[in-house]
Design a protein around this ligand. Structure first.
Ligand code: XUL
Ligand code: CO
Length: 436
């Protein structure tokens, strides 16, 4: 017996591009083979528990617009929420989900109560996962909503908060491992500052470095095989977040000796907030060897804020999946929809429709990206542009075989006299438009 929350809606099926059924996939066809791999195995979709089942539709001017029967701080409500969530995953056919501890368990009065509640719900989830085959893409700890975290968690001036947060991450890593979670994510919720007037920046960075080292040490101690991922974001909630973007996080990882231990979960909307394109952030993570997973949710380009909307811009997604595929595709990572409905979308079916649209757009982006890669439509011209570096002298310049004086000698003796060449941007943009 189901919960009845989604009424008579049945499992969402692929009906092809001509279908006008809002409760069908037009492009996401899990078994379709793209570049030798099933679409489902490429995209590895995950539903975000928090936005889909916890967010009540508030904004700064108004309270809840969503009324869900599980909105109560009790274990009974948490289990009803889990029942609905797993029904939802099955209706959509999404293979994965993600959660924060605070999304899934009632809030307790202290650490011991929180842990007891989390463990009870983890056992409940384990049963649901076994029943349905749905898997955990990543777990994480909410170290930002409770008022104890108002001045940060790992970077709080108060060591008691650091300790509470560290102990909480331990329990969440235990929970993630128990549920077979393939990654553990740390987004630096309130790890940042509002004003330097009350902030010892160097002390806080050292705290954050120690905190992450503790997590990595514990991961190895318990033999957790999943990836530890940091999710960059430049601002919101704090004015300046320490994990600003991929470049900033990589420098942080290097400084604290973690660049081989930790990878990145890159969110589309956060990349835009940082003044980058999503593909820039993905390309940089690939270049540094720290790409892990993605949160595929966009912002409203006019609002300049983190609106966490479902993706709907196929050309942007094609360029994003191009980077993902060019880097070899996901290993432990996947495509998590860290996306919420608009607060007027109050019907249960809206939850499905939001995800269906996002999944269809991702599928179109993936197919376009695969087409470009298979045809070498972009990599061909790119290889040609850099072909000069295959020459003997060029290789010597790069691999240390030439000093500055030797380069001077080569330029003089061979009369090196470069001629400018077209960058062909418009031609390349037109090529992309042929595929999307
Ligand atoms: C916040 C955000 C988080 C993380 C998980 O902007 O993206 O939901 O994805 O804590
Ligand atoms: Co996110």
């Amino acid at each position: 017996m189901g919960t009845g929350f989604f009424g008579t809606i049945e499992k969402i099926k692929f009906e092809g591009p001509a279908s006008a059924n809002p409760l069908a996939y037009r492009h996401y066809n899990p078994d379709e083979v793209v570049m030798g791999k099933r679409m489902e195995d490429h995209l590895r979709f995950a539903v975000a528990y928090w936005h889909t089942f916890v967010w009540p539709g508030t904004d700064p001017f108004g309270g809840n617009t969503f009324e869900r029967p599980w909105f109560a701080n009790t274990m009974e409500a948490a289990k009803l929420k889990a029942d609905v969530a797993f029904e939802f995953f099955q209706l959509l056919g999404t293979p994965y989900y993600c959660f924060h501890d605070a999304d899934v368990r009632p809030e307790g009065n202290n650490f011991a109560e929180n842990t007891r509640n989390l463990n009870e719900i983890v056992d409940y989830f384990a049963g649901k996962q076994a029943e349905t085959g749905v898997k955990l893409l990543w777990g994480t700890a909410n170290l930002f909503s409770h008022r104890r975290y108002m001045s940060g968690a790992a970077t709080n001036p108060d060591p008691d908060v650091f300790a509470f947060a560290a102990a909480t991450v331990k329990t969440c890593l235990d929970a993630t491992m128990k549920l077979g979670g393939e990654n553990y994510v740390l987004w630096g919720g309130r790890e940042g500052y509002e004003t330097l007037l009350n902030t010892n920046l160097k002390h806080e960075m050292d705290q954050a470095g120690r905190f992450l080292n503790l997590v990595v040490e514990y991961k190895h101690k318990i033999g957790y095989k999943g990836a530890i991922l940091i999710e960059p974001k430049p601002q919101e909630p704090t004015k300046h977040q320490y994990d600003y973007d991929v470049a900033t996080v990589f420098a942080f990882l290097q400084k604290y000796g973690l660049e081989k231990e930790v990878k990145l979960n890159i969110e589309q909307g956060h990349a835009i907030l940082a003044g980058h394109t999503f593909e820039h952030e993905l390309a940089l993570a690939n270049a540094y060897g720290v790409f892990g997973s993605i949160d595929m949710n966009r912002n409203d380009y006019q609002s300049g804020w983190d609106t966490d909307q479902f993706p709907n811009n196929v050309p942007e997604m094609a360029l994003a999946y191009y980077q993902v595929l060019a880097g070899g595709g996901f290993t432990s990572g996947g495509t998590n929809f860290d996306a919420k409905l608009r607060r007027q979308s109050i019907d249960p079916e809206d939850l499905l429709i939001g995800h269906i649209g996002g999944m269809d757009c991702c599928a179109r982006g993936l197919k376009a990206a695969a087409g470009m890669l298979e045809d070498k439509a972009l990599s061909g011209p790119l290889d040609e542009r850099y072909a000069g570096w295959k020459q003997t002298e060029a290789r010597k310049m790069l691999d240390g075989g030439f000093s500055l004086e030797e380069i001077e000698g080569w330029v003089l003796n061979s009369n090196v006299n470069p001629l400018p060449k077209s960058g062909k941007q418009e031609m390349l943009e037109n090529i992309v438009n042929r595929y999307v």
